[in-house]
Design a protein. Structure first.
Length: 79
């Protein structure tokens, strides 16, 4: 899909310096995809904040022992 966007001269110059005039579209598409993926990741992180209680977990007393037990209990784990 074609899309018309407006960028200031300084930004276009920076893009051209980085990838050249012939690769502007591909570069803008790439960084836009990355920005959207980043936004989705942060949305998930922010949505999960506060979802796990601060206490009352199996690992509270000895987190290292809990991790060891989890690792040994996973038959699919290698190493």
């Amino acid at each position: 899909m074609r899309l018309r966007i407006t960028l200031d001269d300084e930004l276009v110059s920076a893009i051209d310096h980085r990838v050249g005039r012939q690769k502007r579209n591909a570069f803008i598409a790439l960084v836009t995809r990355r920005a959207i993926a980043n936004e989705r990741s942060w949305a998930g992180i922010l949505a999960s904040l506060g979802k796990v209680d601060g206490t009352g977990h199996d690992w509270d007393k000895d987190p290292a022992a809990w991790v060891r037990t989890q690792r040994r209990g996973d038959s699919g784990r290698v190493g």
